[in-house]
Design a binder for this molecule. Structure first.
Ligand code: PMP
Length: 304
């Protein structure tokens, strides 16, 4: 369907798409100095708003960005932006920039962080047909930054690895990329975490594999525990990935998607597997459940 975004929150004001612009001296633009969150709203409930705001605050603290609003205020801006756009189901992009300052990189010259909220009725990043058929992936040359170098755990505005990896995936005619960490173990995809189902066990890279700690990933780990499945967060080799029974990716934008080809070879039988389907099903129960969400509209409005 058509992507709708009529009203955008910019620094406390609601603006039209045309009016929603940033200053060219904003360090978010000049240096990628900023952070963000991607969330989804399902049937009028923002899924795990609390968890996303907590991660945003952790990202802000890591970069010493002092938010000019409280967590509750930001949550309120998110629900208000959804309400003003009259959306029940949406992707939400919350962006905090360092703000406007001198041309040099010193953040101390920036007096007030910028806050932007964009909401769109955006479908799954890999397209709707991918739920059934799955996607292809390529292990690409670009690595995730090493754990001892920059800041892979901060959800910052620096996505160069992911962008390089996406370009390389296209070079290999693959839908998406899988990046390795600096030591050569599986890390993650461009905007998703990676899971492997193999011999009745669920494997996923851990914090020492330079991943972003995904909220969808956390949900899948909880779902696996509910299913009494054995889970290992550990180093995974490209060999293990290629010979897995099932592979899937998780992320807010992509939700859960099966990977059925890697490096031009089928994963197992080349179809989205039963375990992946079971996890998709369990995850969609969670996203559809008000218990996991924050209501955008008053309860009386539900179902009207
Ligand atoms: N890894 C990266 C690099 C990402 O950008 C994202 C998307 N936020 C994820 C993983 C998945 O995280 P989440 O499930 O919280 O969306």
């Amino acid at each position: 369907g058509k992507v709708v975004s009529t009203v955008i929150f910019v620094d406390g004001e609601f603006k039209s798409r045309e009016e929603a612009v940033v200053n060219v001296y904003d360090h978010g633009l000049l240096y990628g100095d900023g952070i963000y969150e991607g969330l989804r709203c399902y049937s009028g409930y923002v899924f795990q708003l609390e968890e996303h705001l907590d991660r945003l605050l952790r990202s802000a603290k890591s970069l010493r960005i002092e938010l000019p609003y409280t967590k509750e205020q930001i949550g309120g801006f998110v629900t208000e932006t959804l309400a003003r756009n009259e959306l029940m189901d949406a992707y939400i992009r919350l962006i905090v920039t360092r703000g406007v300052g001198p041309i040099g990189p010193d953040p101390r010259g920036c007096k007030k962080p910028g806050l932007i909220i964009i909401v769109e009725n955006l479908p799954n990043v890999h397209g709707s047909g991918r739920k059934e058929g799955g996607i292809s992936a390529a292990i690409v040359p670009t690595r995730r930054d090493p754990v001892d170098a920059t800041t892979h755990e901060i959800k910052s505005l620096n996505y160069m690895n992911s962008i390089m990896a996406k370009i390389e995936a296209a070079d290999y005619q693959a839908d998406d990329a899988i990046m390795l960490d600096a030591r050569g173990f599986i890390s993650e995809s461009t905007i998703c975490n990676v899971f492997i189902w193999t011999r009745g066990k669920l494997l996923t890279p851990g914090a020492s594999n330079a991943i972003l700690s995904g909220i969808t990933r956390q949900n899948v780990l909880e779902i696996a525990r509910e299913m009494n499945v054995e889970v290992e967060e550990r180093d995974i080799t490209p060999y293990e990935l290629i010979h897995a029974d099932e592979v899937f990716l998780t992320g807010t934008h992509a939700e859960i998607v099966g990977v059925v080809r890697i490096n031009n070879m089928p994963v197992s039988n080349g179809k989205v597997g039963d375990f992946t389907r079971a996890v998709m099903e369990a995850f969609s129960k969670r996203t559809g459940c008000p218990e996991y969400g924050t209501a955008v509209y008053g309860h009386s409005k539900q179902g009207e």
